[in-house]
Design a protein around this ligand. Structure first.
Ligand code: MLC
Ligand code: 5AD
Length: 666
C-alpha cells in the first residue's frame, strides 16, 4: 500500500460515510454490482471476439470455441465490411478477411451462423460504420433460419462517436451518423427487444492512449450525447436505457481498473437520474470488458498470459457481465487456434477453480478501493464539465478535438510507460509462436464467387426499387432501418446499401489536428540542418509520396510523419485512406518520387509492399514501410525490396535521416 500512497494515487483517508458506500450490490447506485447475487446466480459470459477470412472459416472457429465452453459469441468484421465496401470493390482488395470476417450480404451472414442456435447463444457484433446493413443482414439471416427476431439475444456496438476519435471506421459525417445510430436504437427497441442496442465504448480510448479515468469520462460524455439524441426523438429513456450497455478496457493498473468499473456504475446511475429516469432496470449499468491489447508485448509473448490473467481478474473483481481475454500472440497477429484456446482457458480457470465467482464486490469496504472509486467519480465529474463546455461534446467530435486530445494523452502516456518485463528475450530460448496467416486472395476469391452468385439469382428490379426507396427516405429524414431491411431481404449487398446512403450523406474525410510539439523538438533541428546540407549539395527538394493504401483508418502516425517531413522542407504528396490502388499506381507512373512510403497498421503491409514495389523503378526510387510491422515480417519485406522499415517506436528524426541516406545512395 505504501508505494501506492507514495505515488499519490490516494491522497487522504477515505470518508466512508458517503451514502453510496453502504449500498449493496443490486441496489442503487449499483457501485457494488448490477445484481444482488452477481456471479453466484450467473457467472460472467465468456465472450471471445473473433473473426477472420470468410464466413465459413469463422463459423467453424465459433463452433469450436462453443464446444470448448465459450458461453457467448462476438463477431469481428473485416475493414471493407466496416466501411460498407463490398469485397469486390477496388478499394477493398488488400483488406478482405484480414482483421475480421468479410460479410457482403445476407447469404454470408447465414453461413456465419449456420448450425448455431441463435435462440440460446447471445451474439455481439462490433459494427459501427455499416451499422444498418449489417444489423439488417443479421435480422434477415436469423428470420430466414427460423428465429423470430424477438427471440434474438445479443449486442450491436453501434457507438459511432468514438469512431471519429479513435477507431476510425465511420462512413458518414458525425451528425447523420448519429441519427442513423438512433434509428437503430429506435428500431431495435421494438423489433429486437432482447438486443442491447449500443455498446458504448471506452476500450478504444485506452488502447489509443487514455488513462482509465479519462476512458471513463469520454465514454460517459458520449453516452450523454446518445441519451439526449434519443430524448430529442421522443424516445422514453426508461425503456431505451435498459438496453444500452457499455464496453471497457481492463489494463494493467489493477486497482484503478476495478475502481473504474465501480465508479462507472454510479456515474451512469446518476446521469440517468438527472435525466429523469426512474426504471430500476434502466439504472443498472451492464458492461463487457476486454483485456488490454496495448499492454501486450511481442518480444516475450508468453508473458502476455500473465498480463491477461491479471487484467481479467480486475474486470471480474469490478463486476463485469461479459469478458474477452486477449490471446498471448495478439501483439503479433490475429490469435492462432492454440493461443485462442489458452485465452478462453484463462477465463475458465478463473470461473471454475478460484472461487472468484463466490464473492460479490470483493474489494468493497477497502479504504484503498473506496478512495480510488471516490476519486475516480470526482475526476470524471470534473472532466465531464470541461468536455461539455464551449460548443459541447458533439462539436468537439466533429472538429476532431477529442481525437487530438487522445493523441496528446498518448504521447504523454508513452513517456510515462514502464518498460516491459521480457522473461524470455533470448532468441534461442524463445518459444515458437505460429501466428494465424490470412490468405487475403483466397478470401477475396470466395467473396467474389458469393457476390456473383447472389447477383445472378436476385431480382435486380426489386433491388433497385428498394435502394431508390431508401434514398428517398434518407432525404426525408425518416427512420431508415425498415428500408434497409427490405433492401437486404431483396439481396442488395452491404456495399450497395452503403453507396445508396452515401449518395445522400457523403463519405466523411475529417481534417485532423496535428501536434506541433514534435516540430519544435531539438531532434528535428538536427534533421533540418542535415536536410539543408542535402539541399545545398543537390540543389533540389526531395520528393516523397506517402500513402495509406487500403482501408485501415489509423492514419494519425502517417499524417504526423507527413507534417514533419513537410516542416523539414521535403516536397511531400499524401494519398489518404480509401485511395484506390489504381490512383497510387498512376501517381507513381506519372511523377518522379525519390521515396515512396507506405503506412499500414492493419496487417496489409506485405501485400501492399509487393503491389507498390511492382510499380516503382527501384534504381531511382526507394520504398519504405511504417506502422505495425511484426518482427517476423522484416525479412519478407527486405526480400520484396523494402529499404526502410519503421515501427511505432521509430523516432521521426530517424525516418527523415533514413530517407536522406537512401536518396544519397541512389
Ligand atoms: C445475469 N442476469 C442476472 C444475473 N446475472 N439476473 C439476475 N441476477 C444475476 N446475478 C441476467 C441478465 O439480466 C440478462 O437478462 C441475462 O441474465 C444475461 O446476462 P448479462 O449479464 O446481460 O450478460 P450478456 O447477455 O452476456 O450481456 C452482457 C452485456 C452485452 C450486457 C454487456 O451488451 C454484451 O454481451 N456485450 C458484449 C460486447 C462485446 O463483446 N464487444 C466486443 C467489442 S471488441 P436480460 O433478460 O436482461 O437480458 C472491439 C474491438 C475492436 O470493439 O475494436 O474491434
Ligand atoms: N479476432 C480476435 N481479436 C481481435 N482483435 C481485433 N481484431 C480481432 C479479431 N479479428 C482484438 C485485439 C485488439 C482489440 C481491439 O481486439 O486484441 O487489440
Amino acid at each position: 500500500m505504501s508505494s501506492v500512497r507514495a505515488k499519490g494515487i490516494y491522497k487522504s483517508l477515505p470518508n466512508l460515510a458517503k451514502s453510496w458506500q453502504s449500498s449493496e450490490a443490486g441496489q442503487a447506485p449499483f457501485v457494488r454490482g448490477p445484481y444482488r447475487t452477481m456471479y453466484q446466480q450467473k457467472p460472467w459470459t465468456m465472450r471471445q471476439y473473433a473473426g477472420f477470412s470468410s464466413a465459413d472459416a469463422t463459423n467453424e472457429f465459433f463452433k469450436k470455441q462453443l464446444e470448448n465452453g465459450q458461453t457467448g459469441l462476438s463477431v469481428a468484421f473485416d475493414l471493407p465490411t466496416h466501411l460498407g465496401l463490398d469485397s469486390t470493390d477496388e478499394r477493398a482488395q488488400y483488406d478482405v478477411g484480414k482483421t475480421g470476417v468479410a460479410i457482403d450480404s445476407v447469404e454470408d451472414m447465414k453461413r456465419l451462423f449456420d448450425g448455431i442456435d441463435l435462440s440460446s447463444v447471445s451474439v455481439s457484433m462490433t459494427m459501427n460504420g455499416a451499422i444498418m446493413p449489417i444489423l439488417a443482414c443479421y435480422i434477415v439471416a436469423a428470420e430466414e433460419a427460423g428465429y423470430a427476431s424477438s427471440s434474438l439475444r445479443g449486442t450491436i456496438q453501434n457507438d459511432i462517436l468514438k469512431e471519429f476519435a479513435v477507431r476510425n471506421t465511420f462512413i458518414h459525417a458525425p451528425k447523420p451518423s448519429l441519427e442513423m445510430s438512433i434509428d437503430v436504437v429506435e428500431f431495435s427497441q421494438k423489433k429486437l427487444p432482447n438486443f442491447n442496442t449500443m455498446s458504448i465504448s471506452g476500450y478504444h480510448f485506452q488502447e489509443g492512449g487514455a488513462t482509465p479515468e479519462l476512458e471513463l469520462a469520454l465514454t460517459l460524455a458520449h453516452a450523454k450525447v446518445y441519451l439526449l439524441a434519443c430524448q430529442k426523438r421522443g424516445l422514453d429513456l426508461n425503456t431505451i436505457a435498459r438496453r444500452l450497455s457499455f464496453f471497457f478496457a481492463s489494463g494493467m493498473a489493477f486497482f484503478k481498473e476495478i475502481a473504474k468499473l465501480r465508479a462507472a456504475r454510479k456515474l451512469w446511475h446518476d446521469l440517468l437520474v438527472e435525466l429523469g429516469v426512474t426504471d430500476e432496470q434502466a439504472l443498472r449499468m451492464k458492461m463487457h470488458c476486454q483485456t488490454s491489447g496495448v499492454s501486450l508485448n511481442a518480444e516475450s509473448p508468453y508473458d502476455n498470459l500473465t498480463r491477461t490473467t491479471v487484467e481479467a481478474m480486475a474486470a471480474v473483481m469490478g463486476g463485469t457481465q461479459s469478458l474477452h481475454t486477449n490471446s498471448f500472440d495478439e501483439a503479433i497477429a490475429l490469435p492462432s487456434d492454440f493461443a485462442a484456446s489458452l485465452a478462453l482457458g484463462t477465463q475458465q480457470i478463473l470461473q471454475q477453480e478460484t472461487g472468484l465467482i463466490d464473492v460479490v464486490d470483493p474489494w468493497g469496504g477497502s479504504y484503498m478501493m473506496e478512495t480510488l472509486t471516490s476519486e475516480m467519480i470526482d475526476y470524471v465529474n470534473s472532466t465531464l464539465i470541461s468536455l461539455e463546455s464551449g460548443e459541447g461534446v458533439l462539436a468537439k467530435v466533429e472538429q476532431g478535438d477529442i481525437a487530438f486530445f487522445i493523441h496528446q494523452q498518448a504521447m504523454q502516456q508513452a513517456q510515462l510507460s514502464k518498460p516491459f518485463v521480457t522473461s524470455i528475450s533470448d532468441q534461442q530460448d524463445k518459444p515458437q509462436v505460429s501466428p494465424r496467416v490470412i490468405h487475403s486472395e483466397k478470401a477475396l476469391e470466395s467473396q467474389r464467387l458469393s457476390i456473383n452468385k447472389l447477383k445472378l439469382v436476385r431480382n435486380n428490379r426489386l433491388v433497385n426499387q428498394s435502394l431508390e426507396k431508401l434514398k428517398e427516405k434518407a432525404l426525408s429524414g425518416q427512420n431508415l432501418m425498415p428500408y434497409v431491411v427490405a433492401a437486404i431481404k431483396h439481396r442488395a449487398t452491404v456495399g450497395e446499401v452503403t453507396e445508396a446512403l452515401c449518395q445522400i450523406h457523403p463519405r466523411f474525410f475529417p481534417q485532423q489536428k496535428i501536434s506541433n510539439e514534435l516540430l519544435d523538438s531539438e531532434d528535428l533541428k538536427t534533421v533540418r540542418s542535415r536536410y539543408q546540407q542535402f539541399m545545398n549539395k543537390n540543389g533540389r527538394a526531395l520528393k516523397v509520396l506517402f500513402t495509406k493504401v487500403g482501408l485501415d483508418g489509423h492514419d494519425r502516425g502517417a499524417k504526423q510523419v507527413v507534417a514533419t517531413l513537410k516542416a523539414v522542407g521535403l516536397d511531400v504528396t499524401y494519398l489518404p485512406v480509401l485511395t484506390p490502388f489504381s490512383e497510387v499506381q498512376s501517381m507513381i507512373q506519372n511523377h518522379h518520387f525519390d521515396v515512396v512510403g507506405i503506412s499500414s497498421l492493419a496487417g496489409a503491409h506485405l501485400d501492399f509492399s509487393k503491389a507498390v514495389f511492382s510499380c516503382i523503378d527501384p534504381v531511382k526510387t526507394a520504398l519504405i514501410v511504417g506502422g505495425v510491422i511484426p518482427d517476423h515480417d522484416f525479412e519478407s519485406l527486405e526480400k520484396i525490396g523494402i529499404e526502410g522499415i519503421f515501427t511505432r517506436h521509430s523516432e521521426i528524426g530517424l525516418v527523415v535521416n533514413r530517407i536522406i541516406e537512401l536518396v544519397e545512395a541512389k
